[in-house]
Design a protein around this ligand. Structure first.
Ligand code: P1T
Length: 380
């Protein structure tokens, strides 16, 4: 079956007990056992819950993977991946990534003896050069947060397999509708389901998908042992979001393309980062490994920080907030919001300037969005 059909039906057969067409919210912490150690597939909701299981199956199917696991947040999913490693291991991560992921590597796992170095995602050889004898894993986002760089996943998978490393791709910005990293050779896909998969900015969640049985077993063991699972109600909300993923992503992309073209020629905008623009240095690679360019745009404004402050304060349809991927448009200032945990010097080195503004383009009417940006840019 094709993507749109699987999004609605995979893992979501009518409830076998009542015939309920929609997977019920199994709001229970525990399950009756018929005799000691004899149960009907579920025993305790940290270990497994039917609503969460439906979500896990659906997300795995959309990513083209064998196994899915849902977590309480994207960060919890990331932590689960890092639980595959041990003290003294080394990770090579792409140098443009969510500030919270950087914070996890640097402020949490470093003190447990996990080393991370950062490779320039624009340099095809940088990852290979960064590999050490103790390297176990390569971690990238594509498109990256916040500069929307595209990383050649197929290329990296060759580097990873040659060196017997796991390649982990955070696919949050693309969603499986536009990109399926496992098909390009990645070993594990990470999602913040808070974003496009949930799609309505009403939950925090995460997911992992892999086709590697042994890796899945270790991750599943960790999921139960550590317990960072989403509740049934949040799982259900993501599951409902997933059903409309395809049509939402098409609209996000349509609106983003329209706005990127408008912004590209606006005199108050000095740079537009959007891989869908033919002028983007990432356009050809994006065309090769993605089937669309998603709904995230970053821009640099001509007016410096005061200009940025005036811009965000004048917007009426775009809401100033962290996060992305919901139906409503959001605007964010990475330097002081999502990426503030990365120190100023390191931020500058990575190209995250104080002029940088990130837009999560929603699915409102595109003319209302353009007028909103035009009005606010007039104040920069
Ligand atoms: O917020 P959480 O569900 O824990 O997901 C973390 C996360 C993981 N990966 C990527 C690529 C992300 O962008 C995020 C969260 N990002 C934001 C909140 C943001 O505004 O960028």
């Amino acid at each position: 079956m094709r993507f749109e059909t699987r999004a609605i039906h995979e893992g979501q057969k009518p409830d076998p007990v009542t015939g309920s067409v929609i997977t019920p919210v199994y709001q229970t912490s525990t399950f009756e056992q018929d005799a000691i150690g004899v149960h009907r597939g579920y025993e305790y909701s940290r270990t497994g819950n039917p609503t969460r299981a439906a979500l896990e199956e659906a997300v795995a199917s959309l990513e083209g993977g064998e196994y899915g696991l849902a977590f309480a947040s994207g960060q919890a999913a990331t932590t689960a991946v890092l639980s595959l490693l041990k003290t003294g291991d080394h990770v090579v991560a792409g140098d443009d990534l969510y500030g919270g992921t950087w914070r996890l590597f640097e402020r949490v796992f470093k003190k447990w003896g996990l080393e991370t170095s950062y490779a320039d995602v624009d340099d095809a050889n940088a990852f290979e050069k960064a590999i050490r004898p103790n390297t176990k894993l390569i971690w990238v986002e594509s498109p990256t947060n916040p500069l929307l760089k595209i990383v050649d996943i197929e290329n990296l998978s060759t580097v990873a397999s040659k060196n017997q490393l796991l390649l982990v791709v955070d696919n949050t910005f693309a969603s499986p509708y536009f990109q399926r990293p496992l098909e390009l050779g990645a070993d594990i896909v990470v999602h913040s389901t808070t974003k496009y998969l949930g799609g309505h900015s009403d939950i925090i969640g995460g997911a992992l998908v892999t086709s590697r049985k042994r890796v899945h077993e270790v991750l599943k063991y960790y999921q139960n042992a550590a317990g960072s699972v989403p509740g049934p109600w949040d799982s259900w909300l993501v599951l409902r979001g997933v059903k409309t993923l395809a049509i939402r992503m098409r609209e996000h992309e349509k609106n983003a393309t329209f706005l990127a073209e408008f912004l590209e020629v606006h005199p108050k905008v000095s740079k537009v980062y959007y891989p869908g623009l033919p002028s983007s240095e990432y356009h050809l690679l994006a065309r090769k490994q993605m089937s669309g360019f998603s709904g995230m745009i970053s821009i640099e404004l001509a007016g410096g920080l005061p200009g940025v402050e005036r811009f965000v304060s004048r917007l009426e349809v775009f809401t100033l907030a962290e996060s992305l991927g919901g139906v409503e448009s959001l605007v964010c200032h990475p330097a002081r919001m999502t990426h503030s945990s990365i120190g100023e010097r390191e931020r500058r080195r990575r190209g995250i300037s104080d002029n940088l503004v990130r837009l999560s383009v929603g699915i409102e009417n595109k003319e209302d969005l353009r007028e909103d940006l035009e009005r606010a840019l007039g104040e920069v």
